[in-house]
Design a protein around this ligand. Structure first.
Ligand code: NAD
Ligand code: IPM
Ligand code: MN
Length: 349
């Protein structure tokens, strides 16, 4: 039998609540596959920083590297929490992990499961995947401020896009498109305004397209893409885009496919030089934390992506099937976080 060694970072807010359920399901799925699962908890996040002053040390980062994969909940303080500098944990822990472990494919599937209500009146079939670049763009922290606090302040955030970084994620998106029935890729950017980066992305798509003659491709400016995401989401198959556009697009994509509580993601190092990390798209949701109100489905589906990445496709499909059945029958009294987790775990056992 095989073994899987997973690092678990529950984090803050609803992170620990939804990860408890994802772990239940992971245990059930691996037990059914007769795989040996080893879990190691890492206490990182806002609370950890408050007590230790540590975001993510090199030593902890090194230990994380020794695992096959990382399961991550969410981090971040409540908006009103003045004890923590805004975004500190997000940048120095979460983004540091994505950058250090070279998670260049931020995979965010969006599917409207049968029976799940969408806020769209006539959603049609929605089944696409956003391949969001994960290591570059405006996220790299390349910016600064001059004359801070004066009427003459100038603040910049410079988006970094490298040929290497764009090419590898575009090639991955084409490959994913080539393996899907509709074999279609849409580049989403804003090259009418963001000329330099936009043209690098456009040229790269055109060049890599030659390697995938079976894949059709088109281009949309990000603003128009948001119209179609609401009026005609069925047109999308694979979307490839930069780090910031991808962040924004995937919250809207989650909303039109039944809510942020269902949206899973993988931060994937396709070269396997470091462990990949799987996490719900949502954040720490301080407004509902500690109340057993959070939907653990996004975290559970992220565990399925983790298993697929490690070669356990059958178990991944088992979890996705159990979720599909579970979400189809959600009506009546809302269930607690644990009740949803228990039901899905029982279905995969
Ligand atoms: P959020 O995703 O935490 O919450 C947005 C809204 O969605 C809230 O109303 C919340 O209650 C709801 N929601 C989120 N997850 C849910 C779930 N599983 N079930 C039901 N409802 C859910 O976004 P935010 O409020 O902008 O951010 C809160 C904190 O989380 C901030 O500190 C932010 O920086 C951080 N954040 C972290 C991550 C991450 O760790 N990957 C992602 C996004 C935001
Ligand atoms: C996400 C989050 C993060 C991002 C934040 C918390 C840094 O919004 O995972 O979507 O912007 O990538
Ligand atoms: Mn986001």
């Amino acid at each position: 039998s095989s073994s899987i060694n997973v690092a678990v970072i529950p984090g803050d807010g609803i992170g620990p609540e939804v990860i408890t359920e994802a772990v239940k399901v992971l245990r059930a799925a691996t037990a059914a596959a007769d795989a040996e699962l080893t879990l190691t908890d890492y206490k990182l996040g806002a609370e950890h920083w408050l007590t230790t002053g540590e975001t993510l040390s090199e030593e902890v980062l090194d230990r994380l590297r020794s695992h096959d994969a990382i399961l991550f909940g969410a981090v971040g303080a409540a908006p009103g929490d003045t004890r923590i500098p805004s975004g500190l944990i997000e940048r120095e822990m979460l983004l540091k992990l994505r950058f250090s472990l070279d998670h260049y494919v931020n995979l965010r599937p969006s599917r409207l499961y049968p029976g799940v209500p969408s806020p769209l009146a006539d959603p049609g079939e929605i089944d696409f995947v956003v391949v969001r670049e994960g290591t570059e763009g405006p996220y790299v922290g390349n910016g600064g401020a001059l004359r801070t606090g004066t009427p003459h302040e100038i603040a910049t955030e410079v988006s970094v896009n490298t040929a290497h970084g764009v090419e590898r994620v575009v090639r991955d998106a084409f490959r994913r498109a080539s393996e899907r029935p509709r074999k279609h890729l849409t580049l989403v950017h804003k090259h009418n305004v963001l000329v330099h980066a936009g043209h690098l992305w456009k040229r790269t798509v055109e060049a890599v397209a030659g390697e995938f003659p079976q894949v059709t491709h088109d281009y949309l400016h990000v603003d128009a893409a948001m119209i179609f995401l609401v009026t005609d989401p069925s047109r999308f198959d694979v979307i490839v885009t930069d780090n910031l556009f991808g962040d924004i697009i995937t919250d809207l994509a989650a909303a039109v496919t039944g809510g942020i509580g269902l949206a899973a993601s993988g931060n994937i190092n396709m070269d396997r030089t470091a462990p990949s990390m799987f996490e719900p798209v949502h954040g720490s949701a301080p407004d509902i934390a500690g109340q057993q109100k959070a939907d653990p489905t996004a975290a559970i589906l992220s565990a399925a992506l983790l298993l697929r990445h490690l070669g356990f496709s059958e178990q991944a499909e088992r979890i996705e099937g159990a979720v599909e059945n579970d979400v189809a029958t959600r009506s009546g009294a809302p269930r607690t976080t644990a009740e949803i987790g228990d039901a899905i775990a029982a279905a995969v056992s």
